[in-house]
Write a protein that binds this ligand. Structure first.
Ligand SMILES: [Zn+2]
Ligand SMILES: [Zn+2]
Length: 345
C-alpha cells in the first residue's frame, strides 16, 4: 500500500509500505479516505514542533491527524456497534491514564499524550489500525467534510474551556481554519462573534458563516474597534487563534474585566504581557490543547448539522501522490487556501 512518509525536515516521499494486518482486540482497521492538513502539520513538516526537538524522534513519520475513512475490519472485543463499511472520523487523542491531567479527567492535556499523526503514524496511508475508542461514525458524510470534524473539535473544546454562553460577545483573532471553526462553534452556542484578520479573503469566508468581521493591517491595533463592536464593558471572551505571540497582550487589554482570554494557536515565540492586567482585571487566561471524546462527539454532531458550512472550509484537494505539493502549496498560499485535504485512493 502507499503512504506519504515525512522522512526529514521539509521532505515528504510517497512510497510503498507494509500493510498493518488484522486489527487486534478493541481495535479497528481503517481505510483513510480524506486527510486535512493544518498548521500543526506544517510545524511538524518543518521540524518546529515545540515539545519534540530531536529529529531522530520526529522522522520518519506518517502524518495526518484530521482524518475520515471507512472501517475495513473490526477486531475482537470492540465495545461499540462498529462494523466494516462504516464511515468514521478519527479522534487522534490517546492518553496515558495515570498522569495528573488524566487523574482529573483531562486526558486531552495528558503529559504523555499520543496523537495519531504526531507521536505515532497517522492517516496519510491507505490502511491504519486504531483503537475502536478513537473512531466515531459519521453516517454518509463526504470524507473531505468529515475530515473537518477534527479542527472543529478543537473549536468545540475552546468554547467549552472559554465557558462561552448565549448572548456573549466573542472576539476571534485569526480567520484561518480554527478561527472559522470557532465562528461555527461559538455561534452554535448563541454567542455573537467578531472575526479579526489581516486577509480580506479569509474574512469573507467568515462573513459567509454569518459572523461580523474586522480587517486590520499587520501593525494596526484592533483593540479600540473590537471594543466598540462589543459595546458595554468589552467582549466577555477573546480567543487568540492567529499564532502571533504578540497578540496575547492586546487580547488581555481588550477582554472585559473578569472575562476570559483563550489561547488556542501554537507558537514557540515569546512575547511580553502586562502582568498587572491579571489581578487588576481578574481575567482568566486559558490554554486549549486537544479535545476530549465527548467534545469530539459534539463536533461530529455540529459538522453533521452544518455540513455546507463545513464543506465550504475545504478549498483545495490533492491526491495522496501529491502530498508534498499539497503541504508546500497550503503553506505558501494562506490567502487562497483555507483547508487543503488529501484524498486517498
Ligand atoms: Zn490539525
Ligand atoms: Zn496522562
Amino acid at each position: 500500500m502507499r503512504a506519504a512518509v515525512t522522512s526529514g525536515r521539509g521532505r515528504i516521499e510517497v512510497v510503498d509500505v507494509r500493510e498493518p494486518g488484522a486489527p487486534g482486540p478493541a481495535e479497528v482497521l481503517v481505510r483513510p479516505e480524506a486527510v486535512g492538513l493544518c498548521g500543526s502539520d506544517f510545524h511538524y513538516f518543518l521540524g518546529d514542533i515545540g515539545t519534540i526537538e530531536d529529529p531522530s524522534v520526529l522522522y520518519p513519520r506518517i502524518q495526518g491527524h484530521e482524518a475520515a475513512g471507512t472501517i475495513l475490519e473490526v477486531g475482537p472485543d470492540c465495545p461499540s456497534p462498529l462494523a466494516a463499511g462504516m464511515r468514521v472520523a478519527l479522534w487522534p487523542v490517546a492518553a496515558c491514564g495515570h498522569c495528573y491531567a488524566c487523574s482529573i479527567g483531562r486526558g486531552n492535556a495528558c503529559a504523555n499524550i499520543s496523537l495519531i499523526g504526531v507521536h505515532r503514524d497517522g492517516a496519510l496511508q491507505q490502511q491504519l489500525v486504531v483503537p475502536a475508542a478513537q473512531v466515531f461514525p459519521v453516517g454518509d458524510q463526504d470524507p473531505a467534510v468529515a475530515a473537518v470534524i477534527e479542527p472543529v473539535s478543537i473549536a468545540v473544546r475552546t468554547v467549552v474551556r472559554g465557558r462561552v454562553v448565549a448572548g456573549e460577545h466573542v472576539v476571534v483573532i485569526g480567520a484561518g481554519p480554527i478561527g472559522q471553526a470557532l465562528a461555527l462553534a461559538a455561534t452554535d452556542r448563541g454567542a455573537s462573534v467578531l472575526l479579526v484578520d489581516t486577509l480580506a479573503s479569509r474574512l469573507a469566508r467568515g462573513a459567509a458563516l454569518g459572523v461580523d468581521t474586522l480587517q486590520v493591517s499587520r501593525d494596526e491595533s484592533f483593540v479600540a474597534a473590537a471594543r466598540e463592536w462589543a459595546g458595554g464593558d468589552g467582549p466577555e471572551v477573546v480567543i487568540e487563534a492567529s499564532g502571533v505571540a504578540g497578540l496575547v497582550q492586546p487580547s488581555m487589554e481588550l477582554v472585559a474585566q473578569a472575562g476570559r482570554v483563550v489561547v488556542v494557536s501554537l507558537s514557540s515565540e515569546r512575547a511580553p504581557i502586562r502582568v498587572g492586567d491579571l489581578p487588576l482585571k481578574e481575567i482568566d487566561v486559558l490554554g486549549v490543547s486537544c479535545c476530549g471524546s465527548g467534545e469530539f462527539a459534539d463536533a461530529v454532531d455540529l459538522v453533521g448539522r452544518r455540513r455546507e458550512a463545513a464543506a465550504a472550509l475545504v478549498t483545495h484537494e490533492f491526491e495522496l501522490e501529491r502530498t508534498a505539493e499539497a503541504m508546500e502549496y497550503a503553506m505558501s498560499h494562506p490567502a487562497e487556501v483555507m483547508k487543503a485535504v488529501v484524498r486517498l485512493p
